[in-house]
Write a protein that binds this ligand. Structure first.
Ligand SMILES: [Zn+2]
Length: 234
């Protein structure tokens, strides 16, 4: 799948450009500027809700479900709208700020909700993500880490790719010294069918930069992300 991001005002899809109001006259995103804002949009897919509803009705009928009853009459339409919603991330502004204090320790957002849809069975997988980074020249609002997770979750996905995409995106757009992402999720395709392994969690991780290359930093990240506890440094 090609993923395109474009700033609101850009004519060319697939580009990412900083935006922002700069009180000191610097160009947004340039060294010396203050807040810089990047409008993040995924190029909207063309959604044919009428076609999706007809297809959902055909699928249910082929599976032996009678969609003519009063209680199921609206189900194909609800199915179509539900999947359209699950595949449509909300645009957001990624605002970054200069790291004036030179903060160089881990910044970690724990237990970010993850709601996605497994692309092999089109059943949900649900869980949490822990997203951390070691700041470089800029820091980002913590809520934006959840927005990035949501952006990549709202599409047919596999958990491994979701984890990697969040890490790669933060590496490429925030230029931190390190990035770490852990996703723990329960896949309905594993728990309500197939092996019926109710309660089984799948854990994936992706690391970049110092969090990948430095064993102590990596251990600290995993201890904080998964347990909420820093390892003893003694
Ligand atoms: Zn699946």
């Amino acid at each position: 799948m090609t993923i395109a991001y474009r700033p609101v005002d850009a004519a060319e899809p697939g580009q990412v450009e900083p935006r922002g109001v700069e009180p000191d006259g610097a160009e947004p995103g340039e060294p010396g500027s203050r807040a810089a804002t990047l409008r993040v949009l995924r190029a909207p897919a063309a959604v044919d809700l009428v076609g999706a509803e007809a297809a959902a009705a055909a699928l249910l009928t082929a599976l032996g479900v009678d969609v003519s009853t009063e209680s199921l009459r609206g189900t194909p339409g609800r199915m179509a709208r539900a999947y359209a919603e699950m595949f449509a991330p909300q645009p957001f502004d990624l605002t970054t700020f200069p790291n004036d204090e030179g903060y160089d320790e881990l910044v970690l957002a724990r237990s970010i909700p993850v709601r996605s849809v497994c692309e092999h069975h089109l059943l949900p997988f649900v869980g949490i993500a822990h997203v951390g980074y070691l700041p470089g020249a800029r820091i980002v609002g913590l809520s934006k880490l959840a927005r990035v997770v949501d952006m990549f979750a709202r599409r047919p996905q596999v958990q491994e790719r979701l984890t990697q995409q969040v890490a790669n995106w933060l590496r490429d757009n925030l230029s931190p010294r390190g990035v770490g992402v852990v996703v723990e999720a329960e896949h309905l395709c594993m728990t309500v069918r197939g092996v019926n392994a109710a309660g089984a969690a799948t854990i994936t991780s992706a690391l970049h930069g110092h969090l990948r290359s430095d064993a102590a930093a990596r251990a600290e990240f995993f201890a904080l992300a998964v347990n909420g506890l820093a390892p003893s440094r003694s």
